[in-house]
Design a binder for this molecule. Sequence first.
Ligand code: FES
Length: 125
Amino acid sequence: MAGYTDKVMEHFRNPRNMGELKEPDGVGEVGNPACGDVMSMMIKVKDGRIADIKFQTFGCAAAIATSSMITELAKGKTLEEALKLTRTDVAEQLGGLPPIKMHCSNLAADALHAAITDYLERHKR
Ligand code: FES
């Protein structure tokens, strides 16, 4: 597909961590106002770290590839570290995204941050 790096295509064809988590500790759901696509991210948290993570999306190739990549980056990280992951980190790891597709990578980063926020809200004392 025009403008996508091999890495993007590889993650699009073989997405990591796609699916559903049973009884997630946090869930983030976001919509992309630019195109109407939606993304949901689920996390399991253990000892302050992301022990498991899965995503589901109705999104384009870039949305799938960025989600796949962000789940790989986030797994094993502390919540604090994962909150610092940005769409730029993801795009860099993928060898870049066409500028017109950068908005798609918001979905992955926003959904991850929303899932962490959801977890923190549920566990507020
Ligand atoms: Fe909607 Fe990419 S076009 S997420």
